[in-house]
Ligand binder design. Structure first.
Ligand code: HSE
Length: 346
């Protein structure tokens, strides 16, 4: 598999680290021997070599300089569109930052890759939340894979679990904590840290979005519940239809009262089929101590699915983080490779 990496921030770097660390086991167990042929990122730099790049050297440059501009002996300066269209990558990893208003620039990158017959693995919520059906149809008509496990709970399996192992199950209702940053902030606030300090820590740890309002005002969780509703529940939910309130709507008094009553504030995302249509919301709730979701702390996320055959299925695990999200890309890539051996085939 020849990979072009579009966006080399926190998540892209997480993927590069995992590819290096796990290269021996990936080759032995899964016959997965990927070659990174291109990286394109407006801040970090753009490099391309059709024979492949040295990932260890890239990681060391990123560590030392914060960019890859001193990588020598390769083509430089290609923008992302040129990289997608003209490089010999057969698979594009799209890991640019989320934009929930237009999906851009990730949406154009994904469209371009699929139109050019290239598989896509992305962690970007914007394009999937805003244009899943269009992108899925593009992937189908161009006989390519479109994978986006990391758009919901980082590397904790949700999408691929229901699209492979649990095929045939009907999801009737979903309720969960889908944003790591806000859960981290709420947990830290319970132990006395200020909102500001907790948000600063979440940013430092690489959990928060580039614009942290996307997390605290609930937009990130809205995108994720839309992805679950539209991909796993065959919904057609639009972002403006989702009832939304962020954790910034919780007053100090409400927060303290919950603590006294042994309740825990959580940002709860829900989706439920009502009269054939899916109703979704993201709203903070003070959960009683006996509620399973009240026990989910820090950057951990959890989702409870009510299903027709298995009843309750609950998944919990990290919902953000460099390696945790990088792993989602890795698992998508291994899967694409084993299905298609890196080629874009039906
Ligand atoms: N900002 C997101 C979160 C990152 O905190 O959950 C993972 O989608």
């Amino acid at each position: 598999m020849m990979i072009g990496l579009i966006g080399c921030g926190t998540v892209g770097r997480g993927l590069l680290e995992l590819l290096t660390e796990k290269s021996t086991v990936l080759a032995r167990k899964y016959n997965f021997k990927p070659t990174i042929v291109a990286i394109s990122d407006p801040k970090v730099g753009s490099i391309y070599s059709k024979e492949g790049l040295d990932v260890k050297e890239i990681l060391s440059l990123l560590e030392k300089d914060g960019n890859i501009k001193n990588y020598r002996g390769v083509v430089t300066g290609w923008d992302s569109i040129k990289t997608i269209k003209e490089s010999n990558a057969d698979t594009i990893v799209e890991a640019t930052s989320t934009n929930l208003e237009t999906g851009e620039p990730g949406l154009t990158f994904i469209r371009t890759a699929l139109k050019n017959g290239k598989n896509v693995a992305t962690t970007n919520k914007g394009p999937i939340a805003l244009a899943y059906r269009e992108l899925r149809n593009l992937a189908l008509s161009n006989e390519c894979e479109l994978r986006f496990e990391g758009s919901v709970l980082a590397g904790t399996p949700v999408i691929n679990l229901f699209q492979s192992t649990l095929r045939g199950i009907e999801i009737k209702e979903v309720r969960g904590i889908l944003n790591g940053t806000t859960n981290y902030i709420l947990t830290k606030m319970e132990s006395g840290m200020s909102y500001k300090e907790a948000l600063k820590e979440a940013k430092e740890k690489g959990y928060a979005e580039a614009k942290s309002d996307v997390d605290v005002k609930g937009w990130d969780a809205v995108a994720k519940i839309i992805i679950i509703a539209n991909v796993l529940m065959e919904g057609n939910v639009n972002i403006i239809e989702v009832e939304r309130r962020g954790i910034d709507s919780i007053s100090e008094e409400e927060f303290q009262r919950a603590l006294k009553d042994n309740k825990h504030w959580k940002l709860i995302a829900r989706a439920k089929r009502v009269d054939g249509k899916i109703k979704a919301s993201v709203v903070p709730e003070a959960l009683p101590d006996h509620d399973l979701l009240s026990k989910i702390t820090g950057v951990t996320n959890a989702i409870n699915f009510k299903t027709d055959v298995l009843g309750d299925v609950t998944i919990s695990g990290p919902g953000a983080g460099r390696r945790e999200t990088g792993f989602a890309l890795l698992s998508d890539l291994i899967d694409i490779n084993s299905r298609k051996e890196g080629k874009c085939q039906p």
